[in-house]
Design a protein around this ligand. Structure first.
Ligand SMILES: [Zn+2]
Length: 370
């Protein structure tokens, strides 16, 4: 069988073994599994740079971390958020473990009275800080002892602020993803030639890309799924070819791929569930025309605030799912670990039963909210 060779959709050179590169159609940094060696040559891929890809994965990292999304490469990213008082909190284990990033000490002087507001990670840190103050003559040993005896350890349960904005620097990456998928499916490089300047940052992606907020996601059918989605649709009848891109079932973007489209009908959807790590089948159609897309482009500026508020609402809903999922996973991990100590099918004696209960309750204790 003759091997089909493809040409790089940017420079047109044939892709051979010496210039081949793997292109992630959906970024690996957000758990994308769809990739191809038939799209772009190594040289062009390097020239496009990765700053836009980084901007996209960074801005979605909250969901990536909260959902514990699987990536091929994990660089041990630390999700840092702020609480209502502006303290930086490191968020781990899908939001079940929150750690103060650093200590916060405010000194207020009212008349001849000094007031300290101290938020530290643990009692040991507090002791060290106070000891320094005693040494400096700021407070007495007795005052230190009093504070230490009254200090309270509280579990960090602050309400966190969610960053929901995907910055404009990320837009070329979204357009690239749409173009990649179109080329992967149809290999009609000519159709997207005019989009290359957007990928290279020479033209403003806002001309062809916009956030779309449907009251309900047109894609998500199963509440237990959180998906990345690419939908391509076009027909000679509507005269447009466009892509709908959806990330984490929250952010939906329309990318205007081609005006005066007169080719064959296109209706193809790729959908990947990042929770269950499977591709899911979706049938979806939204045969929009040019006016619909232009309307979205134009009205965006006017209703920016409203759109962000709507996105935030959906983001908060997803956050609920994230935390629920994180907790469920932790619970099942603890239970599995407890059972793994005993051979499968063994008789549960009262001693083994007590052991299981101890292990499970002990494991869960840390996560129980008082
Ligand atoms: Zn090339």
């Amino acid at each position: 069988m003759k091997e089909i060779k493809y040409n790089c959709f940017i420079c047109g050179k044939q892709i051979e073994s010496d210039n081949v590169t793997v292109e992630h159609i959906i970024l690996n940094g957000i758990g994308g599994k769809l990739r191809s060696k038939n799209l772009i040559c190594k040289k062009c891929n390097n020239e496009l740079g990765s700053s836009s890809d980084v901007a996209l994965s960074e801005s979605l990292s909250f969901y990536t971390d909260m959902l514990m999304v699987k990536k091929d490469r994990d660089h041990g990213h630390n999700q840092v958020m702020t609480d209502e008082d502006g303290h930086e909190i490191i968020v781990e284990e899908a939001g079940n473990k929150l750690k103060l990033r650093r200590s916060y000490i405010d000194k207020e002087i009212i008349g001849d009275e000094k007031r300290y507001h101290i938020v530290v990670k643990n009692k040991d840190e507090l002791r060290k800080y106070l000891a320094r103050q005693v040494k400096a003559g700021e407070i007495t040993q007795e005052q230190m002892n009093e504070v230490m005896s009254k200090a309270q350890v509280t579990k960090q349960r602050s309400k966190l602020n969610i960053q929901t904005r995907v910055p404009e620097e990320a837009f070329p990456s979204i357009v690239k993803s749409a173009v990649d998928y179109y080329i992967e499916c149809f290999h009609r490089n000519e159709d997207i030639k005019h989009l290359i300047p957007y990928l290279k940052g020479e033209k403003d992606c806002k001309e062809i890309l916009n956030l779309v907020i449907f009251d309900q996601s047109p894609f998500t059918e199963n509440p237990n799924e959180i998906t990345h989605m690419i939908h391509l649709e076009g027909s000679a009848k509507t005269g447009v070819l466009y892509a709908l891109m959806e990330y984490y079932s929250i952010y939906t973007y329309v990318v205007f791929l081609k005006e005066d489209y007169s080719g064959a009908d296109v209706n193809i959807t790729y959908c990947y569930d990042v929770i269950n790590n499977v591709e899911v089948k979706r049938d979806f159609s939204l045969p929009v025309d040019r006016a619909w897309i232009v309307n979205y482009m134009k009205n965006f500026e006017n209703s920016r605030k409203e759109l962000f508020a709507k996105t935030e609402n959906r983001a908060n809903k997803i956050l609920g799912i994230c935390q629920e999922r994180g907790r469920e996973k932790l619970v099942s991990d603890i239970v599995n670990k407890a059972f793994a100590k005993h051979p499968e099918g063994c008789l549960i004696t009262p001693t083994i039963y007590d052991q299981l209960v101890n292990d499970i309750v002990g494991g869960l204790e840390e996560y129980l909210i008082d």
